[in-house]
Design a protein around this ligand. Structure first.
Ligand code: HEC
Ligand code: HEC
Length: 259
C-alpha cells in the first residue's frame, strides 16, 4: 500500500505534467489504469486519498451518461433531425420535446412516453401532425440505441439544457421566432383573420376582469375558444397547448407583451 501511495503522490502528478506538456488533454483519461495497479483499484485509492469515498465512481457514471447522450446525438442527427429540428417541421421540434413528453400522457413518465413514441409512433399522434413517422425503429435499433436516443432527447429537448441558461426565464427572441413561424399569418400589423399584433399586450390587460395580461394571453393561446374576441370568428388553431412547451408559451407571451 505504501508503495502505491507513493506512486500516486509523486509519480502520477509527474506523469500528468508530462502529458499536460504535450498539450493533449485527451490522453489524460487513459492514464487512470496505471500499470502497477490491478484494473478497478485506482478509483478506490484515489477516492480514499480525497475527501469522501465516491467521487471517482460518480465521475465514471457521469462519463457513461455523457457517452450515451453523445451516441444518441449522432443517431438522432442521422435518423431524426430531418423531421425534428429546432422548430416544428414535418415533426414536432426537438426543442422542448422532453418537457412536452412529461405531460403528454397521464401516468406516463417522459422516458416511457419517448420510448413508446419511437417504437410505436402511431400510439399517440401529436395533434397538428400527421402519422408519417417511420414505424420500423423498434426493430431497426437495439435497446441500447433507443436508450441513447431517449437520453439525448431528455438532454437536448429539455428547456433547461437547450437554453443553456436560466432554465425557465421567458425568452422574447424565441417568442418572436415562434410567433413569426406560427401566428403572424393571422396576427399582422393590422387586423386580419385575427386581431392585430400591435397593442395586443395592452388589450390583453383589459380583456377579462381579474385576469392579468399574461394570464389572458396564455389562455388565449392554449384555449382560444375560452374568449372569442368580438368581431372575429373562433378559427384560431386549438393545438398550441400541446405543440409548445411551457417555456415556449411563456416566451411567446413575453414577446406579445413587448408589442
Ligand atoms: C419522416 C419524418 C420523421 C422522422 C424521420 C422521425 N420522426 Fe418522430 N415524429 C414525426 C411526426 C410527424 C411526429 C408527430 C406525429 C406522431 O406523434 O406520430 C413525430 C413524433 C415524435 C415523437 C413524439 C414527440 C412529441 O412531442 O410528443 C418523438 C419522441 C419522436 N417523434 C422521436 C423521433 C426519433 C427519435 C426519430 C429518429 C429515430 C424520429 N422521431 C424520426 C416525424 C418523424
Ligand atoms: C388561423 C388564424 C390564426 C392563427 C394561425 C393564430 N391565431 Fe390567434 N387569433 C385568431 C383569431 C381569429 C382570434 C380572435 C378570436 C378569438 O379570440 O379566438 C385570435 C385571438 C388571439 C389572441 C387574443 C387576442 C386579443 O386581442 O384578445 C391571442 C393572444 C392570440 N390569438 C395569439 C396567437 C398566437 C400566439 C398564435 C400562434 C402561436 C396565434 N394566435 C395563431 C386567429 C389565429
Amino acid at each position: 500500500m505504501g508503495k502505491r501511495l507513493w506512486f500516486f503522490l509523486v509519480a502520477a502528478p509527474v506523469l500528468g505534467l508530462l502529458v499536460g506538456a504535450c498539450g493533449s488533454g485527451e490522453l489524460a483519461p487513459e492514464l487512470t489504469p496505471i500499470p502497477t495497479l490491478a484494473p478497478g483499484e485506482t478509483p478506490a485509492l484515489v477516492g480514499a486519498l480525497t475527501e469522501g469515498a465516491t467521487p471517482a465512481t460518480e465521475e465514471a457514471l457521469e462519463g457513461e451518461e455523457t457517452d450515451l447522450v453523445a451516441a444518441g446525438e449522432a443517431l438522432f442527427e442521422q435518423a431524426c433531425a430531418g423531421c425534428h429540428g429546432a422548430q416544428d417541421g414535418a415533426g414536432p421540434a426537438l426543442t422542448g420535446m422532453a418537457d412536452r413528453a412529461e405531460t403528454r400522457v397521464e401516468g406516463m413518465s417522459a422516458e416511457e412516453y419517448l420510448h413508446e413514441s419511437i417504437v410505436d409512433p402511431s400510439a399517440h399522434v401529436v395533434e397538428g401532425f400527421q402519422d408519417i413517422m417511420p414505424k420500423q425503429y423498434g426493430e431497426q435499433y437495439t435497446d441500447d440505441q433507443i436508450e441513447s436516443l431517449i437520453a439525448y432527447i431528455m438532454h437536448a429537448g429539455s428547456s433547461g439544457v437547450a437554453a443553456g441558461e436560466e432554465a425557465a426565464a421567458p425568452d422574447p427572441e424565441l417568442g418572436a421566432e415562434l410567433f413569426a413561424a406560427n401566428c403572424a399569418g393571422c396576427h399582422g400589423a393590422q387586423d386580419g383573420a385575427g386581431p392585430a399584433l400591435p397593442g395586443m399586450g395592452e388589450r390583453a390587460a383589459t380583456r377579462v376582469e381579474g385576469m392579468s395580461a399574461e394570464e389572458y394571453l396564455h389562455e388565449s393561446i392554449v384555449d382560444p375558444s375560452a374568449h372569442v374576441v368580438e368581431g372575429f370568428q373562433d378559427i384560431m388553431p386549438k393545438g398550441y397547448g400541446d405543440r409548445f412547451s411551457d417555456h415556449e408559451l411563456d416566451s411567446i407571451v413575453a414577446y406579445i407583451l413587448e408589442q
